[in-house]
Design a protein around this ligand. Structure first.
Ligand SMILES: [Zn+2]
Length: 156
């Protein structure tokens, strides 16, 4: 039998452990947690203590959205893959208001930062650590465009 640990009141990433649930899942203790974003979520203790689960999923959701945007950017730049997007509405980069700028949180202190990125022919380039989306756009994204975007006469 696994040792029982009381996780009540402990914090794992964005999750605060509220209480132990009476029912086990596969003999694992399940904890009722509250995410910083307000969502309740039930998590197996093992996932909390190993750091596998650190939010209700909202962190992963925002990462997924970022990946989708990068993916779209790749297809937009590459004229061949662009066909795949026929008939679909292009996604808007609305989260920051600036194209190619995404918000993220620093790994250790969870501070808000902005990252400029660009995808050119399937390769991604980043500039991170900007404090504002404006800064990330003008000093990040535009620099990346200058440096990495193929010029018109380079194209086939
Ligand atoms: Zn959440």
């Amino acid at each position: 039998m696994a040792k029982k640990k009381d996780l009540t009141g402990q914090r794992f990433g964005k999750l605060l452990v509220l209480e132990e649930l009476p029912d086990r899942i596969n003999k694992r203790i399940v904890w009722r947690c509250q995410c910083d974003c307000g969502e309740p979520i039930d998590v197996k203790g093992i996932y909390l203590t190993t750091g596998q689960t650190t939010s209700c999923g909202c962190i992963k959701r925002s990462l997924d959205e970022e990946h989708l945007r990068n993916d779209y950017d790749a297809k937009r730049v590459d004229g061949v893959a662009k066909q795949l997007f026929k008939g679909k509405e292009p996604r808007k980069d609305s989260s920051t208001g600036f194209r190619g700028v995404a918000k993220y949180y620093t790994r250790k202190s969870k501070e808000e930062r902005y990252r400029a990125w660009i995808t050119v022919k399937g390769k991604q380039f980043y500039k991170s650590g900007f404090l504002t989306p404006e800064d990330a756009y003008y000093n990040g994204r535009l620099e990346l465009e200058k440096k990495h975007l193929p010029r018109k006469d380079d194209k086939k």
